[in-house]
Design a protein around this ligand. Sequence first.
Ligand code: ADP
Length: 586
Amino acid sequence: MSASPSAASVAKRVIRAAHSAAASLVRRVVLATLAAAILPALAAWLGKRLVDAVVAGERSDAIWLLGAEAVVMVLLAVALQGAQLTKRLLGLRLGDTLRGRIASKASSLTLATLETPRVQDQLTRSRKQAGSRPMLYVERLLSIAKGALALAVAGTLLAGVHPVALIVVMLAGAPALLVTFRFARRHHDLEGRRTAMRREQSYLENVLSREDHAKEVRLLGIGDSLLRRWRTGANTLYGEQSELHRRESRAVTIAGAIGTVLFYGAYFGVVAMAVERVISLGEMTMALVLFRQAQSGVQSVVLGLGQLAQDQLYMADLFAFLDRPSPRDDVGLTAGPLPGDGIRLENVSFSYPGTEGEVLRDIDLHLPPGAVVGIVGQNGSGKSTLLKLILGLYEVDAGRITLDGLDLRQWNRRALWRRVAAVFQDFARYKLTIDENIELGDVSETEPVTRASIASGADEVRALLGGERRLGRSFPGGTDLSGGQWQKLALARAFYRESADIRVFDEPTAALDAITEAKVFDQIYSEPGAMTLVVAHRVAVLRRADEIVVLHEGKIAERGTHRSLLESGGRYAELFALQAESYVPA
Ligand code: ADP
């Protein structure tokens, strides 16, 4: 909570972030806020002198005091407007800065980290609120500072009227402060307990509203039942929260009433002193104005601290996310001791971080330059996982993987990934233009995309829609593609990366027609010097592979060439016969 050291460090980091986002705006907003805190008290003091001058019949004094008060009020208006403007601008800058940092952090984390539920939680919350919440936090800090300063100035002037007045100002805020802290902690605890439930709610909202779920939601008629589930969740969340709000509201009302009674007791004292001529009429007027200012100062401080404590959860989360270590991808060696040795897996075992059960066990494999290795196996047998390990996207638990004789863990990631062209099963669909979807395959390449698009069948998509056509229906003039057309673009992207010598294809033709499939495999088999890995369900496409590995439950069940595997009559032969049968007309 706000008194704990972590709260102080959060506040410090928010200020630092604001400073790095726009130092001059921070300076201006602080100045304007200070002015807005001090000027009202100055006006009250001038007002006191004005009343006393009027009572004493000092005409010229009264005139310049009135003029001075008017100037102060104009300055106050300028300061308030200035604070408003600079806060808006700073808010925009700060939001952009933090959104940029979040995106940069998210793209630099390892896959293992990014996939952890806790990290996903942090990332979702951070992204959702980065635009506005940090600036709200800054505004609360400013409002606390402003309130505290106004309180200090009003308190000092009041102490001059009567020392007891100062004590009353201090005491009047205490009950509200206690209540605020107490409830801030409760809100904080409640939110912490409900994170998972909130995620579930937002997931259900997504299913109900996103276009990729729209077809099934309608056809299966599951909208109503999902909505009922969402409503039950919403009611539970509301029930807990409304109860807390009610209790807080009661406590705040009582605390506020105590404060008001104390203030009025002090008013009474001040008025009595003025009646008894212990203080002047001017001092009474000033004291009454200052009491109001002090009261509003107390309110800003109490309210600000309470809100700050509630923002704590979010801000701490944001910084925890930004503090996650990113592996450096520019360290490590950029060449191995045995160029041309290819990729070797020695006794590799792996389980996904945070999960139990090995997905791969004791895998040995050699992929020399110029070879195409096919991987076959049932769903869940570990094929995609094997590809991700070979590309260094996860680290092996046991054994090792080497490229050119050097352990992957020692390779400089950038140098390693520069050598890779990959088409994953869940390849990316960039909502950019058709040609950009291909060009992203190699940002250093300036060649036209023609060759890569012919080899992948993407040339048909280009001919139909034009290379400049924007993809993604949510953009003006944007269009969507069929699954097969998207896969052609993904393949073209891989083929466009001509310099890559590690080529990985996971079910690269699953959505393609037979003619395009044949064309794509011609291309895959005609990359001299490349190390190529292909996962395929339709085993006939692996006929030309140098080696075929059959995975079963994370282990290598069989290996050999198409011919030798058929001869040995194992799983592969069975699979091939089954698939061949399905092509024979009944
Ligand atoms: P295949 O490609 O052969 O269908 P995968 O390699 O995708 O199989 O998956 C192998 C096993 O690993 C499956 O049991 C799957 O549930 C699990 N798995 C796959 N990806 C992840 C992941 N990112 N996190 C945790 N488990 C995973």
